[in-house]
Design a binder for this molecule. Structure first.
Ligand SMILES: [Zn+2]
Ligand SMILES: [Zn+2]
Length: 223
């Protein structure tokens, strides 16, 4: 095990009070991504943008190795339930997606003959396996332009329906109106709070006076 891998694993384990195979995968993925994109990691600035495809221990391994964090806007979670990640060089727009090889679980045991159980086998094997046995690599292009994923952190608007503040250019334009994702119909929650609904009806009345008819409901008149 290299000195660097060892250091990163220690730091990652400190977040969890344990070290587990997925943290090892996260750290090793970060190390490999840095080499493939030729970006020194852990990065000091924000050149590397990482999109992880699951949350949990794996993501912390990636964060420790790369210094990409949700709080720094350099780590995004697209929850596909996969121990995989795309690493984007925001300077060159080169991007690589790394994922565990289909046979990495079976192979791990061969690199850890002393392991007492399967879990131990993964934990040790993943630290010792060469990159090419551990990971698959894809050269990818993000579906949305990288500049839009990064967005401008200083921007701020208000949703025309709920009136909540929207930052980082995450508003959606519907005709002349700017809406938040929830009001535009792309919501991960539904609201049961009656108080909130009555505010909405007030707003709808006000809008009628302005000659803009809202039906008091989320996306109805904005399609
Ligand atoms: Zn864990
Ligand atoms: Zn809204």
């Amino acid at each position: 095990m290299t000195k660097r891998l060892e250091e990163f694993l220690e730091q990652s384990a400190a977040h969890h009070r344990h070290l587990c195979p997925r943290q090892v995968l996260g750290v090793r993925m970060g190390l490999l991504a840095g080499r493939l994109l030729d970006i020194p990691i852990p990065q000091a600035k924000k050149r590397l943008l990482t999109i992880v495809e699951t949350d949990g221990c794996f993501a912390d391994g990636v964060s420790v190795a790369t210094n990409c964090w949700v709080g720094r806007r350099t780590l995004r979670v697209e929850d596909y339930g996969k121990v995989a990640a795309t690493f984007v060089d925001t300077k060159t727009e080169m991007a690589v997606r790394l994922f565990p090889n289909h046979h990495s679980r079976q192979l791990a045991a061969r690199f850890a003959p002393e392991a007492g159980n399967r879990w131990q086998g993964y934990l040790l094997g993943y630290q010792r396996m060469p990159d090419e046995l551990l990971f698959g690599v894809q050269s990818v292009k993000t579906a949305v332009p990288i500049a839009r994923i990064i967005s401008h952190a200083g921007k701020r608007v208000y949703c025309a329906i709920c009136e909540e503040e929207i930052i980082n250019e995450r508003e959606i334009r519907r005709g002349e109106f700017l809406l938040c994702r929830a009001c535009a119909g792309d919501s991960y929650y539904a609201v049961f709070d009656k108080g909130y609904e009555s505010q909405m009806y007030e707003f709808s009345g006000y809008s009628c006076d302005e000659g803009k008819v809202f039906d008091g409901h989320m996306s109805g008149n904005f399609a």
